[in-house]
Design a protein around this ligand. Sequence first.
Ligand code: K7E
Ligand code: CUA
Ligand code: CA
Length: 601
Amino acid sequence: MTAQRLLFFAVATTATSLLLGCAAAPPQDATETTATEATLHHEVPPGELDEYYAFFSGGQSGEVRVAGFPSMRVLKRIPVWNLDSATGWGITNESKAMLDGMVTGDTHHVHPSYADGTYDGKWLFVNDKANNRLARIRIDTLEVDATLNIPHTQGTHGVFPQRAPTTEWVVLNSEFRSPFENEGEGDMLDASSYGGVHTIVDAESMEIAGQVTTPVNLDLAATDYSGRYSFATSYNSEGGATISEMLAADRDYLVVFDWQRIKAALASGDYRTVDGIPVLDGSEGTGLTAYIPVPKNPHGVNVSPDGNYAVVCGKVSPTVSVIDINILADVFAGTIDPADAVVAEPEVGLGPLHTTYDGRGNAYTSLFIDSQIVKWNIQRAIDLQASPQEGETPVVDRLDVHYQVGHTMASMAETKDADGRYLLSLNKISKDRFLNVGPLKPENDQLVDISGEQMVLLADHAAYVEPHDVTIVRRDLIEDKVVHRVRLEDHPDAVTQSSVERIGNRVIARMTATAPVFGLQEVEVNEGDEVTFIVTNTDEIPDLAHGFALSNYGIQFIVAPFETKSVTFIADKPGVHWIYCTTFCHALHLEMRMRLVVRAR
Ligand code: K7E
Ligand code: CUA
Ligand code: CA
C-alpha cells in the first residue's frame, strides 16, 4: 500500500462508521485483460493527423492544454490564469484586462459548448478554483476571450455548460461553504451560517444570470440532455468546517436544480438582489431544488449519453448511485420521495471518483484507492437492484491503472455521440513508470482501448501536474472552426503604418512587424514616461509569428499573423535597450531589432 493510499484510507475509515471492509476484495479479473488484443492504436504516423482533439485542464498551471488524440501529442498550451512569457499572456494589455491582476489559477474542468447534446465548436469553458473565476476560450482561435469573477463563492470547482437546445447557461458550483457576503463581519468562525452557491452564467454575455444558494456545499457539476436540470454533488451536508465534521453523516446529497422553476422565479422577480445579482434560495422545500440522498461524501456526477441517468460516485463508499433523470419531474412534483430517484447502487470498488461512458450502455468508473477503471453495465445494475441474484454483479471488467486515478474520460462521452472507442485514465501518481525527475514526478495519463468487451491498455503518457479532467472531441467538430489567422481588423488598434505619438509624458509607439523588420528602428523617450507599444504582425503567411522582447524590462510576447498586441510600461531604466524579435522568422531574424532610447532625467 502506498503512503497516499494509506492516508486516504485512514481518512476514510477513522471518521466513519461505514466500514470499507471490502477493502480486502481483490480485483476480479485484472490479469485477464492482457489476453485481449487491442484493435485500436495510439500511433499516428508522420504526415497524418489525429482523430480527436483532447482539451485538458492544466490544474496548478492555470492553463488549458490541447493535445492531438490518441497520439497525446501536446499541440498547444492555452494560457488562461497564468503568466506565459512566450505568448505574453499576463504581460500584454489585452491579457491583463482579463486577468484582474492575478496570474495564478487552478483549472479543473474544461468543457466545450453544446448544441442538441453534442459539441457546437464555439467555446470552451474552464474554471479557476483558487480565485473563483470562469474563463471562456474561443474555439476559432483557441484563446481566451472573456473572463468572469464569481462573487459570493469559494472553491469554484464544478462547471458545466447547458447541453440542449444550445449552451445559453453555464453553471458553476462553489465547493467551500463560505459566508455569502464575506466581508469580515459577525462570528466568522461559526460555520452554520456558511453556504454553497450554484452560479448561473449567461454564456454569450458572460454575465451572472443568478445565484442559487444552498445550505450544503456543492462540488462537481453536470447538466442533463434536455435543458431542464443541473446537478451538484455535495459532500458536506453536515455543514462542517473540519474533515471529521464533513465525514460525520452516512449520506450526503446529489442536489438537482430545476431550471424551469429557476427561470420562473427569475422572471417573476422572486429573489433578492445582492451586488446586482439575483439571488435565489435553493434550500430544501423552496421547490427550486431536490436533495437526493447518496452515500457518504460523493464526488463526481456524470450523465449517461442517452440522457437517462446521472451516476454519482461514492468516494468513501465503495458504491456508485444511479439516478433516473426521467423520474425527477415526479420528485419535483412531490409525488415520489427523492430517495426513490436512485434506481441502483452497485458496488464497484474502493474510492470511486468519476464515471464515463461508451454509448453502448456501459459505464467506466475510476477507483482512486483501488487504482482501477471498472467497467459496469448500467441496465444490469438497475435489474440486479430490482431483483438481486446471488453472486451476480453488473461489473464487466476491471483494468489496473498506474496509479491513483482521478478523472477518466472516454471519447465523446460527454455528448449523445459517445463512440466507445478510447478512454483516458488520468492517474495522479506515476511512481516508477517514467525516468526519475526528482521529488515532483509526472502524472500518468493512460490510454485505453474500450472498443471491445475487455479494456486494453495502449499507452502511458507523462503529464505535467495536474490535469484533472479532459474532454475528447471528434476532430470534425473542431478542425473546420479553427482559423489559420485572425482578421487584421479584429483588434481595434491594428496598425498598417508605424508612428510615434507623444502626449505630455505619454508615448505611444504604433508599429508593424514584417519579416525581417519592425516598422520603427528607434523610439526615444524620457525616463519616467509612460510608454505604450502597439505591435501588429502584418505578415499574412499563416504560421509566421514575430516576437517582441524589450531587454531589461521583463516584457516579451509573440504576435501571430495579423494579430495586434500592446504593452504599457513606465520607462524607469535609462539607457539604450534593444527590442528584438523572439521567433525565428527569417534568415535575417537576428537583425530584426530596434532600440528603445531612454534619456535620464
Ligand atoms: Cu475529481 Cu477537481 Cu474534477 Cu480533480 S476533481 S480528480
Ligand atoms: Cu521576426 Cu524573428
Ligand atoms: Ca459528508
